[in-house]
Design a protein. Structure first.
Length: 105
């Protein structure tokens, strides 16, 4: 289980959503990153993740070491809290976050 890192006076929205795993490694939830980067749909952000994975592989790094496929449970509606669905999610390792952030962000 991971927990968010609480940093007082965080310098960016990315610092505010940074997480730490049980082994002390820092990473970001791609779903939270997509919101921080103002992507309108997960599909569009997933395409950016796919490009970053390809770039990672082309640079000689194994993408699976930096982009971990996971899943997340979400409520489908606030009016029907029992309607829950599992959706794909990705954990982005520290150091690879910048590969998916558009220039100027």
């Amino acid at each position: 289980m991971s927990t968010p890192i609480v940093r007082h006076g965080a310098s960016s929205p990315f610092d505010e959503i940074r997480r730490v795993g049980p082994d002390g490694s820092e990473y970001w939830s791609a779903r939270e990153l997509s919101k921080a980067l103002e992507y309108e749909t997960w599909r569009n952000f997933a395409a950016a993740i796919d490009r970053a994975k390809l770039s990672c592989e082309n640079s000689g790094s194994a993408a699976r070491d930096h982009f971990v496929d996971t899943s997340k449970m979400i409520e489908l509606s606030q009016n029907a809290p029992s309607a829950i669905r599992t959706v794909p999610a990705i954990e982005v390792a520290e150091g690879k976050r910048d590969m998916i952030i558009p220039s100027g962000k």
